[in-house]
Design a protein around this ligand. Structure first.
Ligand code: HEM
Length: 213
């Protein structure tokens, strides 16, 4: 049987391409957004990761989902540092979850008591942040002059050590899940949904930074 990590990747790569092609990310990577406009994405990440990490904390002792709880990945504090850097000490009053983020957060909360659902959202975010996210970090540091300590800390995983080794271990845990074919398909569907919901967050951001687009 194909390792589940490979199935997951190949069955959802078209959704990945759609996420990666979002115009907001293109403008960001081209250095065409102001720092505050970049902050709009950081703010939306903040609300999504607060929800994801609340689920992680609740599931730490779960026999299946607990294998996908990694405190060394938690992003909430890094995002707070990034928001402080972009918006200053009043950052909390400056940010609010968008409609698409509220939909994403509601879905994370809704599926969190199903191990496959939690794993689907966890995989879509953290494995991406540790993959393409590393390229994004290099660009953000070049564009905005950030270093360690705030701005793009979201993409720094100092507590993890070697990212390739961690991703290898993560995939081994995906492969070790005991899922029948129907459950595999259900998880694939949830990853596809997770990509779509995350892509909608980016699409909505474009209308914030380029209202006429
Ligand atoms: C500029 C935007 C992006 C670029 C350039 C990018 C690039 C990449 C690349 C090159 C990989 C493969 C890395 C490897 O094989 O180790 C990857 C993996 C991944 N990316 Fe992205 N990505 C972007 C945006 C996103 C977004 C927005 C998401 C999710 C919402 C995402 C989720 C993922 C996931 C889950 C993987 C792991 C796939 C797997 O190996 O199973 N990426 N990305």
């Amino acid at each position: 049987m194909t390792p589940f990590s490979e199935t997951l990747r190949s069955a959802t790569w078209a959704d990945h391409e759609a996420a990666e092609a979002e115009d907001y990310l293109r403008l960001l990577m081209a250095g065409r957004l102001s720092e505050q406009e970049y902050g709009e994405m950081v703010a939306q990440h903040y609300f999504a990761y607060v929800a994801l990490e609340a689920a992680s904390r609740r599931l730490a002792g779960h026999p299946v989902a607990g294998r996908f709880v990694f405190p060394e990945l938690y992003r909430e504090e890094a995002l707070e540092r990034d928001l402080l850097t972009v918006y200053g000490p009043s950052w909390r009053e400056r940010i609010a979850p968008s409609k698409a983020t509220r939909t994403l957060v509601a879905r994370i909360d809704q599926v969190a008591d199903w191990p496959g659902g939690y794993i689907a959202h966890h995989y879509t975010r953290y494995l991406g942040d540790m993959s393409g996210g590393q390229f994004i970090r290099v660009e953000l540091e070049r564009i905005y002059g950030y270093g360690a300590g705030g701005g793009a800390d979201f993409y720094r995983f100092d507590a993890v050590g070697s990212l390739p080794r961690f991703k290898q271990e993560y995939r081994a845990r995906l492969d070790a899940l005991e899922l029948d074919e129907a459950e595999r398909q259900r998880v694939v569907r949830e990853v596809r949904l997770a990509y779509q919901l995350n892509t909608e967050v980016l699409a909505e951001l474009l209308h914030v930074v380029r209202p006429a687009a």
